[in-house]
Write a protein that binds this ligand. Structure first.
Ligand SMILES: [Zn+2]
Ligand SMILES: [Zn+2]
Length: 298
């Protein structure tokens, strides 16, 4: 409906000069401003749907490969659409928290000191052990890349693994003899991730959530062939690292008593790494040296 004043836009419901309309806009009675706002809105909707799809695929992933693929899609989208990063990270953090929550709740209602995660959920939860999802966008993106790098470590076929029963026996002994789980699980329960495969020689490692944090995760892999004794010992050794972390809040600090002990043995020129490994070994020997475990583990 052209008038002397221009042309009517049915969206913003005003008369505007003819030059505010494109050729097509004239026919459709939509001004240039409204038309570009509509296009923008459609783009936003498309992005929102893409984000939903990406996050849903992460949530539904059961294997490390699946999670990896979804995280690659996440990073690809985030890289092109930076403004969505905070929102995406927040939703990802919620997905991970929700997935982990049932495992932290014990039936009896008491607080758990250690939590076992099965292989189906481990890949998803590994994201949070690599990326601090409550950090800034840059730190999270960096962490997700760290996660992808970790995924590449898992390439070999699955072999023998320390069983949950064996690990529970070690944890029971550690708790009953030295109350180690009280110390390790003081802030957050010790998290134990089981994974299907890795090229690593050892079947375990202990991950710490950085200095000044009492948060530890023990990763348990299907490794190459190792004897039963080794599998269990290595798990106990990683528990020793977790204890070290919980005692010092920083794995780079050696507990005072332990240094005195090394001096007493006249051990000189030990590197930090030597001391860390010796501490973990000493803890493992102490924990494993008990009759209950001998009955449990041949
Ligand atoms: Zn308009
Ligand atoms: Zn070690």
């Amino acid at each position: 409906m052209p008038t002397r004043h221009g042309h009517y836009c049915k969206i913003c419901q005003t008369y505007k000069a003819n030059e505010k309309f494109s050729g097509k806009g004239h026919a459709a009675h939509i001004c240039k401003a409204c038309s570009s706002a509509i296009k923008q809105q459609r783009k936003e909707n498309r992005h929102e749907n893409l984000i939903k799809d990406i996050l849903f695929s992460i949530k539904k992933s059961k294997s490390l490969d699946e999670v990896k693929k979804s995280v690659v899609a996440f990073l690809g989208f985030a890289d092109k659409n930076k403004k969505y990063i905070p929102q995406m990270c927040e939703q990802l953090a919620r997905i991970i928290t929700d997935a982990a929550k049932p495992f932290f709740e014990s039936q009896s209602g008491e607080k758990k000191k250690a939590v076992f995660f099965p292989p189906e959920i481990t890949p998803l939860l590994m994201i949070s052990s690599c990326a601090p999802l409550n950090g800034g966008a840059d730190t999270i993106i960096e962490g997700l890349n760290r996660f992808l790098a970790r995924c590449d470590e898992f390439s070999e076929p699955a072999l023998d693994i320390v069983t949950e029963e064996e690990m529970s026996a070690v944890l029971d002994s550690a708790q009953n003899k030295f109350r180690i789980l009280d110390i390790v699980g003081m802030l957050t329960p010790l998290k134990i991730f089981t994974l299907h495969k890795s090229h690593r020689v050892f079947n375990c490692e202990c991950g710490m959530a950085g200095p000044h944090s009492g948060d530890s995760t023990i990763f348990v892999y299907h490794p190459g062939n190792v004897s039963t004794y080794d599998r269990v010992f290595i798990f106990a050794h990683e528990l020793g690292h977790a204890l070290h972390q919980a005692l010092t809040f920083d794995i780079k600090r050696i507990p005072d008593g332990f240094d005195a002990f090394n001096d007493a043995l006249n051990l000189k020129d030990l590197t930090l790494k030597d001391k860390q490994e010796m501490f973990a070994d000493a803890a493992a020997f102490a924990v494993l040296n008990c009759d209950e475990l001998k009955a449990h583990i041949p």
